[in-house]
Design a binder for this molecule. Structure first.
Ligand code: CTP
Ligand code: MG
Length: 235
């Protein structure tokens, strides 16, 4: 399977902060696993040509079965991730065909990301961007603090953004960034930035929030249930 735009769904984290009885991506949200939400959105998305899932070791087969259950057509591989997020991304990139033009990297921990965010990321890549992140303004004032917790500085909130996924890159740029930096970067764009490559923001979405804690999961469950209810009303 080859194509222009590939998506890597990173789902290999343990989910320590959620502290469930299984890896976070396999925790239930509504009637299916958290991972299934992103997979089905990406599989249905007309701009996505192929998908690679990166899962915890020994979850590869379970992930493939999950893809079968979804009748997903575009999932090319389920591979084991690494100890850090960049290692997991690298494992995914290794399964992306050489001739793929663009790669989107998405956190399985953001199950409710709307397809419009993918539209915006791909549009920016097609317009020539070398790195694209969905971003939202911050509601809270942010301070830089020292090791003892004392405030060193109040940052200019107007210039700050919270960034989400999927983050998009020309495949060659992402491969180069991963080869240069395998340290524990919390997102892909920061590795690309370190190459001196310009990264641009597109509009993110509240629904692309990351499920980190049990309270986040409760919020996602509620949003998913509201969607089901809306669908019923429109039937
Ligand atoms: N991730 C991954 N491989 C890792 C670490 C993280 O694929 N070694 C993925 C997670 O599965 C998640 C995304 O990166 O979809 C964002 O990471 P995070 O929210 O921190 O998830 P976890 O690392 O699973 O959670 P925690 O840090 O609480 O353990
Ligand atoms: Mg983590």
């Amino acid at each position: 399977m080859t194509g222009e735009v590939w998506a890597i769904v990173v789902a290999a984290g343990a989910g320590d902060r959620l502290a469930a009885d299984r890896p976070k991506a396999f925790v239930r949200l509504g009637g299916r696993t958290m991972l299934a939400w992103s997979l089905s959105m990406l599989d249905d998305h007309e701009l996505i040509d192929g998908i690679v899932m990166v899962v915890p070791e020994e979850y590869e087969e379970r992930a493939s079965l999950l893809a079968d259950d979804l009748c997903a057509m575009k999932i090319a591989a389920a591979v084991a991730g690494g100890v850090t997020r960049p290692e997991s991304v690298a494992a995914g990139v290794a399964c992306v065909p050489e001739d793929a033009a663009f790669v989107l990297v998405h956190d399985a921990a953001r199950p409710l990301v709307p397809p419009e965010v993918v539209d915006r990321v791909v549009a920016a890549l097609r317009a020539g961007a070398q790195g694209v992140v969905p971003a939202l303004p911050l509601a809270d004032t942010v301070k830089r603090v020292g090791p003892d917790g004392s405030v060193a500085e109040t940052l200019d909130r107007a210039a700050l953004r919270a960034v989400q996924t999927p983050q998009g890159f020309p495949a060659a740029v992402l491969r180069e960034a991963l080869a240069a930096h395998t340290a524990d970067a919390t997102d892909c764009a920061s590795m690309v930035e370190r190459l001196g490559v310009a990264v641009v923001c597109v509009e993110g979405d509240e629904r692309a929030f990351k499920v980190t804690t049990p309270a986040d999961l409760a919020r996602a469950v509620q949003l998913a249930a509201e969607d089901d209810h809306d669908d019923d009303e429109h039937d």
